[in-house]
Ligand binder design. Structure first.
Ligand code: CA
Length: 227
């Protein structure tokens, strides 16, 4: 059974979401402020977190960053709730790497659909893996990525970068080739974006980040690191 943590100070919203999730067969944990929410997330490591932004104690973004910093919790999918529909918030939330985003008011059904979609995506299906190199495994259809058989959430951009490099492992790939493959064209303006993505990708690979090599003046390659 999947466990879902709801961090939401508006008790009637928390209860409504909780009621619907429980009825759908999920186990529900609840916290009504940011401090308690963060504690529960780190201690209980739920399968998914529904996190409100405006919270007493500490706000949702601060809770989110702390959860992501903890290696044991970094992969827990998070759905951010906000009362404000402003674009800045949306960008802020997505930049911070939230898995999804809902603006209040939303229907419990809408939340339920998002929850189900995310949990389905996070469930491993090792049978359908169709490319493998070293500790890296790729399912090209569902864009699922596994690191030593553990599913790791990659964005579609990160997945494309990783697959392109892994399929050409041992051979340095030029920046222009990477830009063309992933963004469709090579433009100097995207050069920094490439480095940002590679940096985040390395972080997600943890100790296996050492497999990703920066080739000065050329680009990147994937190869087993030397001892
Ligand atoms: Ca709130």
């Amino acid at each position: 059974m999947h466990r879902i943590l709801i961090v939401e100070d508006e008790q009637d919203i928390a209860d409504l979401i909780g009621f619907n999730l429980e009825r759908a067969g999920y186990e529900v944990l609840k916290a009504y402020d940011g401090i308690k929410g963060c504690e529960l997330a780190l201690r209980e490591r739920p399968d998914l977190i529904v996190l409100d932004v405006m919270l007493p104690g500490r706000d949702g973004y601060s809770v989110f960053r702390e959860i992501r910093r903890d290696p044991r919790c970094a992969e827990i999918p998070v759905i951010i709730l906000t009362a404000r529909a402003q674009t800045e918030d949306r960008i802020h939330g997505l930049e911070a790497g939230a898995d999804d985003y809902l603006t209040k008011p939303f229907s419990p059904k809408e939340l339920m659909l998002r929850v189900q979609a995310i949990l389905k995506r996070a469930d491993p299906a090792p049978g359908s893996v169709d490319f493998e190199h070293g500790p890296f495994r790729f399912d090209k259809n569902s864009l699922k990525f596994y690191l030593s058989n553990e599913p790791v959430e990659l964005t579609s951009t990160e997945f494309k970068l990783m697959l392109f490099l892994a399929e050409r492992a041992g051979k340095p790939q030029e920046r222009n080739a990477l830009l063309r493959t992933v963004w469709g064209y090579s433009d100097a303006a995207y050069s920094r974006t490439l480095d940002t993505h590679m940096k985040r990708l390395r972080q997600k690979l943890g100790t296996y980040g050492a497999w990703v090599h920066t080739i000065r003046g050329i680009g990147y390659s994937i190869a087993q690191p030397e001892e």
